[in-house]
Design a protein around this ligand. Structure first.
Ligand SMILES: [Ca+2]
Ligand SMILES: [Ca+2]
Length: 148
């Protein structure tokens, strides 16, 4: 239920963001999972590591239709990607459906976030295209860890 609620909120925000840009109406909404299998998605802004993100596949949603070369998180291109079943909906483990996993350099994402405070919860937006050109997008939230 929580998960459903979160997705509804994310959908509203994505549409609100995309309509002014003129891209609206047929955006394919993807189930984006930042840090697969973690629900709270802590993001340490001082981390020099990578941020793993999965576009979760499902019975009606084959992630191989997504063109990985077009995917960006907050406008940042991934370091690499793979097709692998790493997680399922609601922060669960592998569910038998293939996921598109991408790795982003944490510091590049942090730069795009601008000013954040320890404990903030912020949405990160993922955008991209399907092979054939249709736009897709989704969002998930992270919990900012900023130790001073
Ligand atoms: Ca997660
Ligand atoms: Ca999966």
């Amino acid at each position: 239920m929580m998960r459903l609620l979160k997705l509804t909120v994310a959908l509203g925000l994505v549409v609100a963001v995309l309509i002014p840009a003129g891209v609206a109406l047929s955006v394919v909404l993807a189930d984006v999972d930042i840090k697969p299998m973690s629900c709270s998605n802590p993001l340490n802004v001082n981390s020099k590591g990578v941020l793993p993100v999965a576009i979760l596949g499902g019975e009606l949603w084959d992630v191989t239709v997504v063109d990985p070369a077009t995917v960006e998180l907050e406008g940042v291109a991934p370091l690499g990607w793979a097709l692998e079943d790493v997680a399922g909906p609601g922060c669960s483990g592998p569910d038998g459906y293939l996921d598109l996993t991408l790795k982003f350099e944490t510091q590049e994402i942090v730069e795009e976030l601008g000013a954040v405070n320890d404990g903030d919860v912020v949405f990160l937006y993922l955008t991209g295209n399907l092979f054939g050109g249709a736009p897709m997008g989704g969002a998930d939230e992270v919990w900012i860890i900023k130790k001073t």
